[in-house]
Write a protein that binds this ligand. Sequence first.
Ligand code: AMP
Ligand code: TRP
Length: 333
Amino acid sequence: MGKKIFSGVQPTGNLHLGNYLGAIKNFVNLDNDNDNECIFCVVDLHAITVKQDPKELRNNIRETVATFLASGINPIKSIIFNQSAVAAHAEGAWILSCVARMGWLNRMTQFKEKAGKDKEKASIGLYSYPVLMAADILLYDATHVPVGDDQKQHLELCRDIAQKFNNDFKLENFLKVPEPLIQKEFSRIMSLKDGTKKMSKSELSDLSRINLTDSKDQIINKIKKAKTDPLPMPQDIKELDERLEAKNLLGIYSSLTNSTLQNSVKSFAGKNFSEFKVRLGDELVNKIEPISNEIKKLLGDKNFLDKILLDGVEKANNIASKKIKRIKEIVGF
Ligand code: AMP
Ligand code: TRP
């Protein structure tokens, strides 16, 4: 039987190679399988958990749609929509926030990372963010949720919330407990400047990431400047535990070429990083440049992108409004 897929990406700009290899590439594979029903959401309600410039947010919503299309998601087969346009998400999040427990949310490491030292100043939305994410998924009875490794904990919380809701109201399987789809390998792409930090939109240095809108020259330059270590390329996969930058670059290469880390290590063992970087740059340009060009082209036709969203909103609303209606009846409204 096919899977019901739901996933979301925040329209916060600078979609990068980590988003692509960790999540979007997987969306495309799932979308290409005709047995699956896929819903891809531009999670604009999540985006405003940290301050956004309204004009930029509007642009970033369109850019995220353009990125989905440019990466190969078919909007005729799959639903692409923005979260804020389907009221059930905000309503569902409120009801589920009365099911979720403080103790569960207090364990979320992403909040701790994002809120930083000054937790008192973080928005309440940033704290309850995973509850909104649970509503997103549960409104559509999603069976599988493709995400990068950093979202694993949020999905576990979503499963706990679904189970508690079902138990509290003595319903079996009303909210479907979803399975995470996290790639076994390369599900966490690290910064090009620091192998201990995840590649991220919010990192100050643009040299730390490959953006999906980067040009050929930018990609090659960033790979040239990517951090490595003074030794030749590793001879054995075991060395990678100690050589995080080499591990990350070899991981990116393996993911792009659909090879195993073991084989990539073998291909470049003992060589200079500079030789490897030329090959890696070529692979990246082959993959990213067409996506980048297509994003730019699509952004020239805002009406087309808005139309995709409008169609998606209608289809998503059809599903979510029925589920939220049942949820409201169940809780006694
Ligand atoms: P976000 O941009 O935070 O909305 O993330 C969108 C998707 O990209 C999520 O599934 C994340 O898990 C994934 N993702 C973000 N950063 C990375 C990374 N550095 N490595 C792998 N996956 C990532
Ligand atoms: N929290 C996810 C992220 O930052 C985005 C997201 C929101 C999501 N709702 C979702 C992912 C539902 C999967 C399913 O990456």
